[in-house]
Design a protein. Structure first.
Ligand SMILES: [Zn+2]
Ligand SMILES: [Zn+2]
Ligand SMILES: [Zn+2]
Length: 283
């Protein structure tokens, strides 16, 4: 089983946005508090139940499997400025890797905080990104890549990925999906029957082909009005209608979407606005 946790579902400024007095930014509903967009994906491997036989339910011949208390593997997609807050909120103790979608700060501004994982896990944190995005990591966090590094800087094990080459991380098989974010190529990821696409405003048919037969699609939808570099709600719904996943969640939402309580029932069947902390289990 794979568990998807929405660490953050807000656009680049988050909600509330500094200085904004709109009803969404003033809302007291926790569904209207959106950290910068990121997801955590955990895998719980099936294994025979090793509890003593006398406490197992009495069902002769019935193979019983349980999920371990902790996940067997855990990755996150993007590590924006709220990464530390998100790791603390979800009580994350170990992290196997970070996949990056693109180099905007709302997606990689929090990488310095991998230091805690370096310390407690005793190793560098693998980060997977295209060459261009990897170069941005090296530029923005140059102190982590210097020859004579200051003690205690983040330890990053940077891996270059290629748009048409699937790769394996911590036992997850990952298929990169390329989109456009105005002028910038951006990478989404398919992991099993889950796909996470953020900061897209265009996707080619060849990439849609890679997204057939999804259970769960997560896709960005900034607002209702057209935007230069992000899908609108209608554009995201359109992609969902083409792909026909079992369920679709909209993320990277701005305050212009409106109050969650007022908007949550306005989307077509099977499509929902995501919110921070939402967890979805996918078999
Ligand atoms: Zn963004
Ligand atoms: Zn606002
Ligand atoms: Zn962006």
């Amino acid at each position: 089983m794979i568990r998807l946790t929405f660490l953050g579902t807000g656009t680049s400024q988050g909600i509330p946005m500094i200085g904004c007095n709109c009803e969404v930014c003033r809302s007291l509903d926790s569904h209207d508090k959106r950290l910068r967009s990121s997801v955590m994906i955990e895998r719980f491997d099936e294994r025979p139940d090793e509890r003593p036989k006398d406490i197992l339910p009495d069902k002769p011949g019935h193979a019983i499997y349980t999920h371990p208390i902790g996940a067997d593997a855990r990755i996150v997609i993007d590590a924006g400025p709220d990464f530390r807050t998100q790791m603390l909120r979800e009580n994350v103790k170990t992290l196997d890797a970070i996949l990056l979608t693109h180099e905007h700060k709302d997606h990689m501004g929090g990488i310095d905080d991998v230091r805690s994982f370096n310390y407690f896990q005793g190793c560098a944190v693998p980060i997977y990104a295209t060459e261009r995005v990897g170069n941005a990591v090296k530029k923005d966090f140059d102190y982590a890549f210097n020859k004579n590094r200051y003690p205690g800087v983040p330890e990053i094990d940077l891996h270059t990925i290629f748009p048409n080459t699937p790769f394996d991380v911590a036992g997850f098989h990952i298929i990169p999906i390329t989109g456009r974010h105005y002028m910038l190529p951006v990478t989404g990821y398919r992991i099993g029957n889950l796909a996470y696409l953020t900061d897209f405003n265009h996707i080619e048919d060849s990439q849609l082909e890679k997204l057939k037969g999804l259970d769960t699609l997560v896709i960005n939808a900034l607002r209702y009005e057209p935007h230069l570099s992000h899908f609108t709600v209608d554009e995201a719904i359109n992609i969902s209608h083409i792909l026909k996943p079992h369920r679709t969640y909209l993320t990277h939402l701005s305050h212009q979407i409106g109050l969650y309580a007022q908007k949550k029932d306005t989307l077509p069947q099977g499509i929902e606005f995501a919110y921070d902390g939402l967890k979805i289990d996918i078999e």
